[in-house]
Design a binder for this molecule. Structure first.
Ligand code: KG4
Ligand code: ZN
Length: 367
């Protein structure tokens, strides 16, 4: 059972081929990725129209590269998967359009995959795959959620952010510090030279007693601190000139302090989720899962409590096609991907807003 997967929900075009034959964890036969980060950098964030156009340019050459890596022709593919949502509508339509057209031409089934399910299951491609059930901390640029995962398609939302995502908190703070886009990796790099206790930033909802998060206030606190350091008026606007007035040591201290605040909240809430569910496995997925401090602190806290922590391979933390092909493969193995549905429409179908909680274990219809 060979599944070709496409990811195009935001600023990365990803294509991958997995072998989901038998009951072993699907095996990655090839994957290729093009990141648009450089293209969007000039604008300080993702420009949706440019993202869509670039996906169109990249998707077929990447597909050729994946098939060449695997040494297989397109005709060997048994099913096609694509990211159906959530994400940018125009960007999603590229992957959906290509996947549906290809599936129709091949007479094979096509499956729309939930992007977060891809992230959630991505540690299954690592050398140390998890076992069900586990608690998952999903931390990406657009989402921050704690889930209880009892199996493929069995997801229970335990808590989530009520405003900004953790990745957004990294990105917005980095922008205020003049560190460009996307800010997470740059901010954590600067933080290495700074002191995490230099500034006391808020840890919102840390003691709220539930498993929800809030990161919007952190951005305001960082802005206030940056203005103070730049000797700017407190009521003045957030401009790029503010960061220019800071020296490298100040930037490093703010970066380290804000990173410490975000990481502390993520670690404490993950531990609370472990405690409330009584489970002893934690899976961390999504772009922020690449953060070294988060990994260090989670590892230390979980070791103390005899909780196993699983991460995706570092290069599969951020968006990629492998997690989409993998999620489709695991769904197929779990009997959730109907085969033989070829020819039943192949209409493009995207869900820019799509709560993961809507994914029940009920069979996802193939086009
Ligand atoms: O999962 P992802 O690639 O895309 C979404 O689905 O959103 O996550 C991207 C997010 C960005 O906010 C980026 O700044 C953050 O992940 N990120 C990091 C690190 N690497 C990526 N945040 C903190 N530390 C990192 N090392
Ligand atoms: Zn993502």
């Amino acid at each position: 059972m060979l599944i070709l997967g496409f990811e195009s929900s935001c600023d990365e075009t990803g294509v991958a081929l997995v072998d989901a034959s038998g009951s072993a964890v699907p095996r990655l036969l090839g994957h290729a990725l093009h990141s648009q980060i450089e293209m969007h950098q000039a604008y300080g964030g993702v420009v949706p129209e440019l993202a869509s156009r670039d996906h169109i340019r990249r998707v077929l050459p990447l597909t050729d590269a994946v098939l060449a890596q695997a040494g297989l022709p397109l005709s060997a593919v048994d099913a096609i998967a694509y990211t159906r949502g959530p994400g940018l509508a125009g960007a999603l339509l590229v992957g959906s359009g290509v996947a549906c057209a290809m599936a129709m031409a091949l007479g094979k089934p096509v499956l729309g995959v939930h992007h977060l399910e891809g992230h959630l299951l991505s540690p299954f491609l690592s050398t140390d795959p998890p076992e069900f059930p586990f608690v998952a901390l999903l931390v990406s640029g657009g989402h921050t959620q704690l889930m209880r995962v009892d199996g493929v398609g069995h997801y229970e939302l335990l808590g989530e952010t009520i405003d900004d995502a953790a990745g957004e908190a990294f990105d917005k703070s980095a922008k205020l510090l003049g560190l460009g886009y996307p800010g997470g990796p740059a901010l954590s790099q600067r933080a290495e030279q700074g002191s995490a206790t230099a500034y006391k930033f808020p840890r919102p909802l840390l003691h709220s007693g539930d498993l929800d998060f809030s990161f919007a206030g952190l951005k305001t606190a960082v802005l206030t601190q940056v203005k103070r350091l730049a000797h700017a008026r407190p009521e003045g606007p957030a401009t790029p000139q503010l960061a220019e007035a800071l020296n490298a040591a100040q930037i490093a201290d703010v970066a380290a302090s804000v990173q410490a605040a975000i990481v502390e909240v993520l670690v404490k809430k993950s531990l609370a989720a472990i405690e409330s569910t009584g489970l002893n496995r934690l899976v961390v997925a999504g772009g922020v899962g690449a953060n070294a401090l988060l990994r260090e602190q989670l590892n230390a806290a979980c070791e103390k409590r005899r909780v196993r922590v699983h991460y995706p391979e570092l290069h599969l933390c951020t968006d990629n096609g492998a997690m989409i092909a993998l999620a489709a493969g695991l769904r197929f193995q779990a009997g959730l991907l109907p085969t033989g549905a070829a020819g039943a429409g192949y209409h493009f179908d995207v869900r820019p807003r799509w709560p993961l909680s809507e994914l029940t274990s009920a069979t996802t219809p193939a086009a």
